[in-house]
Design a protein around this ligand. Structure first.
Ligand code: GTP
Ligand code: GTP
Ligand code: MG
Ligand code: MG
Ligand code: ZN
Ligand code: ZN
Lengths: 203, 203
């Protein structure tokens, strides 16, 4: 479809601009409420890098307000009826960020394990963040987005027994469905497992 | 758009067929992993009604296999790239269910709080099921789907303290954004709060 081709063209343009300014960039995809904003907050709090963020949501500015407390370089995108960000939206958001003043850019995509897979944004890496509270089968159920990701984060591991989820089953699915993808197990509330993930981001 | 108009036409047709057979029907929308399948399982286990189910997922038959253990009247729909069920897919699924043999039909939609809002399926009622583990702002962030729902279920209330979520905030959002929608607070693992919700379904 033309939409996908047009998006790839714009994503390449975004990538060119980010590289020109030497900004390392990440597309944080994942399920609704999996912990995307919390993990970005933890990174900003623990890193000495200058961080910019684009928050993507269907409506409102909840995530924008949370990030705004930690960095001035943040832009909100409301997608309205669209259930994913695309490279065109990101292109306009980049115009509003002073790329000279940041080292890292996180783009928090709309919570959805389907459509974001088809719309790369032009970032260096793509990460898919899910939570054990969603059950142990979300990787099997949504293979395409995990195959597009460079890393998978399985968050809220502190709650696995309380939802009756066997983390080994999730690990097996990741190894089967996306064997070349880095896998991190985290608890973003206590910070457990985040060090390894942040080292991979800065790697 | 024509797609939406065409969908409404087919949804009316589905509704006509279901009413002809006297089948009470429900569209279970909601976030990924919020507890939709678990709540349907609980209903089948506790009710004396004959239940049919259409399970909608992007890929695989995980939910189908779970429901198959409880009722023979179950059909799986794989939506592939689509992040929502539509009336056309449901029309074909209905052809595979013996509607004479069931009293209730549950349609478990794809986990997504955006697009299902625009695609009614022709059921009597629409329910939106979210979980406290997704945070306390998912109603504010996705107003459209909650305004389409006849009832909202906030599930996994047993975990609210562990994710730092204030249920009162969610209740306030529901009263503000969709004041005419019935609200149920549940813990589908222990069964707490399900009686009231099931009474509303059978009401
Ligand atoms: N117990 C526990 N709670 C967590 C963890 N990570 C995040 N939370 C909680 O989960 C809820 C959702 O976290 P967010 O960071 O808002 O999730 P999100 O993915 O950004 O959500 P959306 O942007 O709405 O899709 C909040 O109440 C967090 O406090 C974790 O590792 N363990
Ligand atoms: N603690 C707790 N766990 C729950 C509750 N309801 C469901 N779970 C668990 O949450 C996970 C997801 O439940 P499912 O019923 O598969 O959720 P779903 O909405 O059908 O998921 P998808 O079809 O993948 O979108 C499972 O591990 C369940 O055991 C609850 O009320 N409390
Ligand atoms: Mg967020
Ligand atoms: Mg399910
Ligand atoms: Zn989409
Ligand atoms: Zn959609």
């Amino acid at each position: 479809r033309d939409l996908i081709k047009e998006n790839i063209k714009l994503a390449r343009e975004n990538s060119r601009i980010l590289k020109e300014f030497g900004v390392k960039s990440f597309d944080f995809m994942g399920a609704i409420g999996s912990g995307k904003t919390t993990i970005i907050e933890r990174f900003i709090e623990s890193s000495n890098k200058r961080v910019g963020v684009i928050t993507g949501d269907v409506a409102g500015n909840e995530d924008f307000k949370r990030i705004r407390r930690l960095t001035p370089h943040v832009v909100n995108i409301n997608t309205g009826k669209e259930c994913h960000l695309d490279a065109h939206m990101v292109m306009h958001a980049l115009e509003k960020i002073d790329l000279e003043k940041i080292d890292y850019l996180f783009i928090e995509n709309v919570g959805n394990l389907v459509c974001p897979a088809d719309f790369p944004l032009g970032t260096d890496k793509r990460v898919c963040i899910v939570s054990v509270t969603e059950g142990d089968d979300m990787v099997r159920k949504h293979p395409l987005i995990f195959q597009q990701a460079d890393a998978v984060v399985v968050n809220k591991i502190d709650l696995s027994k309380l939802v009756g989820v066997d983390i080994e089953k999730i690990k097996e699915d990741v190894h089967r469905i996306c064997p070349n993808t880095a896998l991190f197990l985290t608890d973003a509330r206590s910070g457990k497992g985040l060090d390894d993930f942040f080292k991979w981001l800065e790697g």
